[in-house]
Design a protein around this ligand. Sequence first.
Ligand SMILES: [Zn+2]
Length: 295
Amino acid sequence: MSVVFRLESPYRGEYQLHRLTFGAGDPVVSVVAGIHGNEVNGVYALNLVAGVLRMQPPRGTVHLLPCVNVFGAEAAQKRWPFDDRDLNEAFPGDPEGSPVQRVAAAVVEATAGAVGIDVQTGSATVHEVPHARMPEAGLAHDLGRAAGLPVTWARPAERLADGLVGAWHRRGQPALALRGGRGGALDLEEARVLARALVRVLGEVGVLTRTEPAAPGVVTTEVHDHRTTVGGFFVPELRPGDRVRAGQLLGTVRAPLGGTGLEEIVSGAAGVVLAVRVYPVVHARELVVRVATQP
Ligand SMILES: [Zn+2]
């Protein structure tokens, strides 16, 4: 383990960006988690992958950055605690900029020239099924499919322009995101699913021995967002990963006091539930269910 960047911190130990490196030479893969401090599924998934890499040295190099926003992780916070900035919005960063910009620049530097994989979760209020987000073609696309997750979401390049994945993409590095779970909660099964997906991707790149391909999930380019028209208490009728038909009831918005039904949320398409709002108190126009369509 090496410290690839440090930042002085006035009242506590300095910030350190840790990188675990396995193997040497080409190809190079960098896997990053914990850009959002409370997204612990990714942090744990990378630790599981570290265990695999200790047993099976890679043919090539694998860099793991298991927890970028360690101060956020300690405080159970998504954002950088001192100035409440979103690290993911600071990319590509600036070595002379604000603390989050300097951390972001250090992450880009520490992962230069590699295939880049960013592991995140949904927010603290939205639970996502483990899935891959990647471009519609190219190496990153093939790697996203090889991940073998329940949903594989191919997106136009301009929809992948944000955050670390966008910064990698603009530097010409193949880049994809693996996501699953929600902020603020460790789900062991989801973390294991993400870890197995990462091992499959490393097999596809050729740094590890290829493992058995997973049962193919839904590969989609289209996701239907379902939003409320009224505020209230949202009661979901399904879980992330469930299959739904068009017209199926996804959940109801109920009156927060008394529980009267206010609105039924009905699926606009057949597919697999990508994300479900799990914190029930919602305002009007809030996203409550995402369905990845089955082409
Ligand atoms: Zn995140």
